[in-house]
Ligand binder design. Structure first.
Ligand code: MSP
Length: 678
């Protein structure tokens, strides 16, 4: 098993942490937890970037020393990450002596290689990026990242011979390391390659206009350029340049070692990590990292969330209302890793209700409650090894592993979602509450409940890197307490739920969220898009579901915000929607089903095909009103028996708000029967 070293960028301390910072740290935590689970020896580093012009400026404005700003904000990052269950092994601050030692050592080596010289320099400088940009990269004269004003800066600097590394860098991009591309995803590798192939200019690596930084060895009056300073954190934290470099030797890749180092960064700083950093290392005669993984941005109002733009979302409020794991889950499951995503409270609430309140929370509480009711508060005492839930669990485990291997974190989350859906469908199909009534407590009933609980146990194991606190709570309720950090691949094998163990029926893990109440409770009125918060009732599919309690929830130890009830509709993706086929059908015969008040049996023509479809519309329509008319139908619904008649589709009707009666969706008679509706 390999030594794996994962790092996040180190965060500027002139800002308080926002969702963007949290995202990088949480996804890195998820990746490290996954690798630990698979048995690798993992080290995880995060920290703060405390030098540079921006911090000096803020300090000047507040009339305090820059270190006071750093001392104030670094703990905010550290605490936030800790409260989010981030299991980092180390937290580095660039103002620490161990870091300075590492920076001095790398500079000593770069200088010894003859890659430093003094020259004067002028150009467009972006203060928030702490970087010069060539004219061709500007976005209409502004910073390509922030869209903000640039400053024309002129000074004498120490230069690094970056141009010398053009060829070795291109070779690195072409070759990759250990069969993996140096930059992930591939699209970003191509961007980096084109940037380097277009020609590299030497890089200024010192500043004289600021004093808040590490003094540049050999160049009095210069401080080390903040990026050369900051990037070195990845090795100074391992003891490089210090008296004890055992961690450096164990975790930094080198010929003959099994170590892999992966830097997870936002796409904004990919160039620094994929161009400058390997060039510095090559110059210093040190091995380069194994891979730089660049993720997309969380956007707000279509702009990168950032302090300088002023559009940040702070995690505090969402966590207070919904708990830490709800936000961890959202950050991981809702962003296609590598691409940008828009953050909206409405999107958060909708996904929360669909995945956590309904998908996990409701399925868990139903399954546990039903089993507890059936078996006197205990888990079933019979196991079952051949069933649909097991097959779904095995498929989910495989998909989950594959997704992690390719940084498709959203698909790892999707594999859990799909397992939960299978369990929910299994409960609905098996109707164990009916079986218990009609046949009593049989071995078959034990097996059905076993499958549900066992499926949930495996879902919790799969959830453990993403939402560790929740996984632990699920294990506890299922009668087999376990720490998320103790999950191993053995936990994915079928059939481990303790038999006859005490079950813990408890309130829903994630109570349903009420969007209206959430927005009202924080005093911001209605959210932007009313459509996204429109309230509809979800139909419960069986009698055991009952009504879910609705609240603005606060699991995982957060203080709840009490609010009145009103459920949100669960969202479907375009792909999920596309699985349903709607068609126009013509009713060619109809008769009311005997002994049923509501049901109407219809013969419906779709082109050349005629099907029997039973619909609950007889209280509102007589058979003769239907014959010869065209309506909209769900065409690919699985067949179902209603009062002994097999129905092959569903007629679509609106529900009248006052009477609750159906009102059929009429179709223009000119549309041919069988036409698809999209
Ligand atoms: N200090 C430098 C990094 C030095 S690493 C040797 C820096 N700091 S930062 O605080 O501005 O941002 C660091 C990282 O935070 C970004 O690269 C990215 O990973 C994350 N994010 C900041 N805003 C973000 C979004 N809006 N969306 C997603 N992640 C973002 O750059």
């Amino acid at each position: 098993m390999a030594h794996r070293y994962f790092t996040t960028p180190i965060y500027y301390v002139n800002d308080r942490p926002h969702i963007g910072h949290l995202y990088t740290t949480v996804v890195t935590d998820v990746l490290t937890r996954y690798r630990r689970l698979t048995g690798d020896t993992v080290r995880f580093l995060t920290g703060t970037d405390e030098h540079g012009q921006n911090i000096e400026k803020v300090a000047k404005k507040e009339g305090i020393e820059p270190i006071a700003i750093a001392d104030r904000n670094a703990p905010r990052f550290r605490e936030l990450f800790r409260s989010f269950g981030v299991a980092n092994d180390d937290f580095i601050r660039t103002t620490e002596p161990r870091h300075r030692a590492g920076v001095e050592e790398i500079i000593r080596r770069i200088a010894a290689a003859g890659d430093l010289y003094l020259a004067s320099h002028e150009g467009w400088y972006c203060p928030p990026c702490e970087a010069f940009y060539p004219e061709k990269d500007l976005a209409e004269g502004t910073c390509p990242v922030h869209g903000s004003k640039l400053e024309w800066e002129k000074e004498e600097n120490v230069f690094f011979r970056l141009s010398r590394f053009e060829k070795p860098l291109l070779e690195l991009y072409d070759r990759g390391i250990g069969g993996k591309p140096f930059v992930f995803p591939e699209s970003r590798l191509n961007e980096v390659r084109s940037f380097v192939a277009a020609g590299l200019k030497d890089l200024s690596v010192s500043r004289t206009t600021i004093s808040w930084g590490i003094p540049f060895p050999g160049y009095p009056g210069h401080v080390v350029y903040v990026w050369l300073d900051a990037l070195t954190n990845y090795i100074s934290a391992l003891g490089f340049g210090g008296a004890d470099d055992a961690l450096f030797r164990a975790f930094w890749p080198a010929t003959g070692s099994d170590a892999k180092a992966v830097h997870v960064v936002g796409k904004d700083i990919l160039r620094f990590h994929a161009v400058y950093w390997p060039a510095f290392l090559m110059s210093a005669g040190l091995p380069v990292p194994t891979q730089v993984v660049g993720h997309g941005w969380w956007l707000k109002d279509a702009r990168k969330m950032s302090k300088s733009v002023g559009n940040v979302v702070r995690p505090d409020e969402l966590v207070r209302a919904f708990g830490i794991d709800a936000l961890r889950w959202h950050l991981v499951s809702e962003m296609t890793f590598g691409q940008d995503a828009n953050f909206s409270d409405e999107g958060f609430l909708t996904a929360y209700n669909a995945d956590l309140a309904n998908g996990l929370g409701n399925t868990l509480s139903r399954a546990v409650r039903m089993a507890a009711d059936a078996f006197g508060g205990r888990t079933p005492s019979e196991r079952c090894d051949d069933n649909d839930v097991r097959r779904a669990a095995e498929a989910s485990v495989a998909a989950w592993n594959e997704a992690f291997g390719e940084y498709r974190l959203q698909d790892a989350a999707g594999a859990i979602r799909s397992l939960l859906k299978t369990i929910d469908g299994y409960i609905a199909a098996k109707e164990p509450w009916k079986l218990a009534k009609s046949e009593g407590i049989t071995p078959a009933l034990h097996r059905i409940h076993h499958n549900c609980l066992e499926g949930l146990r495996i879902a919790a194991a799969l959830l453990s890197p993403i939402a560790p606190g929740t996984a632990e709570e699920v294990f506890r309720r299922l009668g087999g307490p376990k720490k998320a950090a103790d999950v191993t691949p053995r936990d994915f094998a079928w059939g481990q739920i303790p038999l006859g163990a005490p079950l813990e029926p408890a309130p829903p893990l994630f109570p349903r969220a009420d969007a209206k109440a959430f927005f009202a409770s924080r005093g911001s009125g209605e959210p932007g898009t009313s459509q996204e918060t429109k309230v509809t009732d979800e139909k419960s599919t069986d009698s055991s579901k009952g009504n879910q309690p609705t609240a603005t929830p606060a699991p995982a130890g957060a203080a709840p915000v009490p609010v009145p009830a009103a459920p949100l509709p669960a969202r479907v993706t375009i792909d999920e929607f596309a699985r349903i086929e709607f068609r126009v059908g013509e009713v060619i015969a109809a008769e009311k089903v005997e002994k049923s008040k509501k049901l109407m049996k219809m013969s419906v023509r779709f082109g050349d095909e005629v099907r029997t479809i039973v619909g609950g519309i007889a209280t509102a329509y007589a058979a003769e009103q239907l014959v010869g008319k065209k309506f909209a139908f769900v065409y690919n619904l699985a067949p179902a028996k209603l009062m002994g008649i097999e129905s092959n589709g569903m007629i679509l009707a609106a529900t009248m708000p006052d009477s609750g009666e159906p009102s059929l969706l009429m179709v223009d008679p000119a549309v041919p029967s069988g036409a698809k509706v999209k």
